[in-house]
Write a protein that binds this ligand. Structure first.
Ligand code: SF4
Length: 345
């Protein structure tokens, strides 16, 4: 896919005190892009657009270069012990995106330039965990690969974790620009997971992301580069023909991945399974931004589950949820007998 390029870039003045802030400033200064130096509070008012939807569309093409101020890390179960961010948001435009709940009113993409502070925090959290192996998710608030061609921050982070005896990094992505990450010293400490889905879900709801084949091609590259590999099947949706389409997904994945031909796969491939869910906040935002969306968000057909941030989320009722779990697990065992299913939620 074509690499993302922004319409405008905001620099918070403090970001220019950091090497990455300066690097980004010099880079964008030489390009045909609007540059604005302003505090972050001014960003929303400066994004063009008459209607909320026009503003949303321009915000998705707006970068804000800033620093991460709050350096305390949240727990990130079930995917990792903790999570941290190099970026917030992403230029993708998936209708069901989990960020509609937490980031809907500031959908611009923030890039954090104080990565040494972030690294120091990670060391503190491993220490706090009695120096036991501690895992960190880097993509729970956005997709760092989507802007890696500007920042190089993910490569630095992978190398940083490569040197940590007890730190493990978990990356998840719907993008495919992995080439700059293939020849760096990762030491097997980073697990790369590609988020994939059935043809209907990708074609109908995922926009401005790498397509299925591009993601698989990228997955083969990272596997050949010796990274532990995984797939996140999310959000799993139930619709007419869902069983046939998810079977087709694993059939194609096994065929394209062709694990027998992989040079250097030391670790089992992992799968994480996440059923479709939504919050009331997300539903309202999605219906405004994508008025003709075909997402199934009928609360009366769902069960409630208490979620993070003090909100209920709507998940499938137990009988459908169990059917999803059993069916997808069966497909994975058939097509990837040596793989590990890490969780279903
Ligand atoms: S790629 Fe991920 S973070 Fe980006 S819009 Fe899609 S679901 Fe959201």
């Amino acid at each position: 896919m074509e690499l993302f390029f922004p319409e405008r870039v905001f620099f918070e003045p403090v970001s220019l005190n950091y090497p990455l802030g300066q690097k980004l400033f010099h880079f964008f200064e030489s390009k045909n892009v609007e540059i604005i130096k302003a505090p972050i509070q001014k960003v929303l008012n400066s994004i063009p657009g008459e209607t909320e939807n026009q503003k949303y569309s321009h915000a998705k093409k707006t970068l804000v270069i800033t620093i991460k101020k709050a350096l305390n890390l949240d727990i990130c179960k079930p995917s990792a012990d903790y999570r941290f961010s190099l970026v917030t948001n992403c230029p993708g435009n998936c209708e069901y995106c989990y960020l509609h709940t937490t980031q809907s009113f500031k959908p611009y993409i923030k890039i954090y330039v104080n990565i040494e502070d972030i690294f120091n925090t990670i060391i503190k959290y491993i220490y706090k965990n009695n120096n036991n192996i501690t895992s960190f998710e880097v993509a729970s608030s956005g997709d760092p690969l989507a802007v890696e061609h500007f920042t190089g921050s993910l490569a630095k982070t992978i190398e940083f974790f490569g040197k940590l005896e007890n730190g493990r990094l978990r990356v998840s992505t719907k993008f495919n620009n992995v080439d700059s990450l293939l020849n760096i010293e990762h030491n097997g400490h980073t697990r790369f997971r590609f988020s994939i889905n059935s043809k209907y879900v990708i074609d109908t709801f995922e926009h401005n992301t790498a397509n299925f084949y591009e993601r698989i091609e990228a997955a083969v590259k990272v596997l050949n580069a010796g990274y532990p590999l995984g797939f996140i099947i999310a959000p799993i949706m139930v619709y007419d023909n869902w069983k046939e389409q998810y079977k087709e997904l694993f059939e194609k994945l096994a065929q394209k991945l062709n694990l027998g031909n992989i040079k250097d796969s030391k670790d089992a491939v992992t799968f994480e399974l996440i059923q479709h869910r939504f919050t009331t906040v997300a539903k309202n935002v999605i219906n405004k931004r994508f008025p003709n969306n075909r997402l199934d968000m009928d609360e009366s057909k769902r069960a409630q589950k208490w979620g993070m941030y003090g909100r209920y989320k709507y998940i499938y009722p137990p009988e459908i949820s169990n059917e999803i779990k059993e069916y997808i697990s069966m497909l994975i065992k058939n097509y990837f007998p040596d793989s590990i299913i890490e969780y279903y939620t």
